[in-house]
Design a protein. Structure first.
Lengths: 243, 243
DNA sequence: CAGTGGTCTAGACCACATC
DNA sequence: ATGTGGTCTAGACCACTGG
């Protein structure tokens, strides 16, 4: 019956693209169930096996979560403990699991620097929101993050609003601004603490800090966050798995 | 016809385990083709689709590489430019692609320290091989690696033999000792350079260095290398992708 | 040409969740 | 009982490789 499309791409990849477009368009909200495989097969005029392969690929990218017997759901940052740690790579040296608290120091509007514009695919001078926060483990300041966001996407973001939100930064972005952080590219270096960072992180000026530059992407690999973190790694470290 | 096994595991996972066991046992050497899907299906008494799913999963773990029209091949560190950069995360800040040279400073036998034993799942005092080398980009020393290997697995490893090998460290381990590095866990910190490291990396004592601790695993997640790297990140950085 | 992996289908049955 | 995803099969056809 199917195979009406004379396209060069496999059917299941075409289906994958269509479903991802619907996800990007917000056809189904975060945490909601997407239509069953049978329904999607009917909608696109392909077999259920083809839909299955498409959704398998989407699930492999963590855009969607399968739950046997229940359905397939749009992934979200507001639940799923497992997902939380996907973007948080700082751990205690002693191995104890601990989820840090986020203390917001400042939120203000500004204009994109040349560097910020480059990372966020904006023009220099475009409106941005600058957010500074500290991650604390057991009340000990460990990471100082300077976060730059495109002003156009985060219009009403204020310190009060961010303080009021219970959950992760990315949960806030998703729940209140409809911006879904899907993947990120990071660059790490070791740098010496300057006066301001040293004061906030309670280390000495010149002490080594882990410098983490992150650009976070949403659908279609569009950059929507640029973040520079400085991490005091005396009792903490950054974890990574090479597969 | 199949379904003879009253097991709790899906058939394709059983097949996956069997094929992985054959890989671990070296039934097919690095770079060699494994049997075709049809042959494996026949061998295990399952359908080709089930074998396909099993091999898909193995390919997703980079143990094996599919090549349409040719076959499925045991992955190797000695070819595939793409694979080389999987374990090498250091890049130039200016974005230029460059593959570094490895200069071996020293290879000697020793006894496992408590720390080495813990990382390599040995007993303290067990024989190990200690290898120290420098990675150089354009003749500039950038990374100082102290590598600890289980003596039992790398019996004849000497400086002369390592110097003679053309290719990556993991290519050497695979080609000459039959030890395949499959994945790794890393922990990163920022530290201050001590006298010895500073001299080799040509930085000042106290300068910040990126500290990279890596345990590399082979089949069955068995640890077979512990490596501590110190990286001067003035003109270089460590890259990571969060998916 | 034959052999390989890659796609697609249709249908059966299983495992799990919910009502 | 029904609906969901999960497994498995059998067979057809496509796309690529190499003799």
């Amino acid at each position: 019956m199917p195979n009406a499309a004379p396209s060069f791409q496999p059917l299941y990849l075409q289906v994958k693209d269509l479903v991802e477009k619907s996800l990007a368009a917000g056809e189904w909200g975060p945490g909601a169930a997407i239509p069953s495989e049978a329904l999607l097969a009917q909608r696109f005029g392909v077999s259920q096996g083809t839909v299955r392969k498409a959704i398998d690929a989407i699930a492999a990218e963590n855009l969607v979560v399968r739950r046997q017997g229940k359905g397939t759901f749009v992934a979200t940052h507001t639940e799923e403990k497992s997902s939380l740690f996907r973007f948080l790579r700082i751990r205690r040296n002693d191995g104890r699991d601990e989820y840090p608290a986020s203390r917001i120091l400042d939120v203000r509007r500004g204009k994109a620097s040349v560097e910020a514009a480059r990372h966020l695919d904006l023009d220099p001078g475009d409106p941005v929101i600058l957010l500074r926060r500290v991650l604390e483990f057991s009340a000990e300041p460990v990471v100082l993050d300077d976060i730059t966001l495109p002003g156009a996407l985060f219009k009403g973001l204020t310190k009060a609003r961010a303080d009021a939100y219970r959950g992760s930064m990315y949960g806030l972005f998703e729940a209140q601004f409809g911006v879904r952080m899907l993947k990120a590219k990071e660059r790490l270096r070791a740098v010496a603490a300057d006066a301001a960072s040293a004061r906030i992180l309670k280390v000495r000026i010149g002490d080594p800090l882990l410098w983490v530059d992150r650009v976070t992407l949403t659908y279609a690999d569009r950059p929507v966050e640029w973040r520079r973190g400085l991490c005091a790694t005396r009792r903490f470290h950054y974890v990574n798995e090479l597969g």
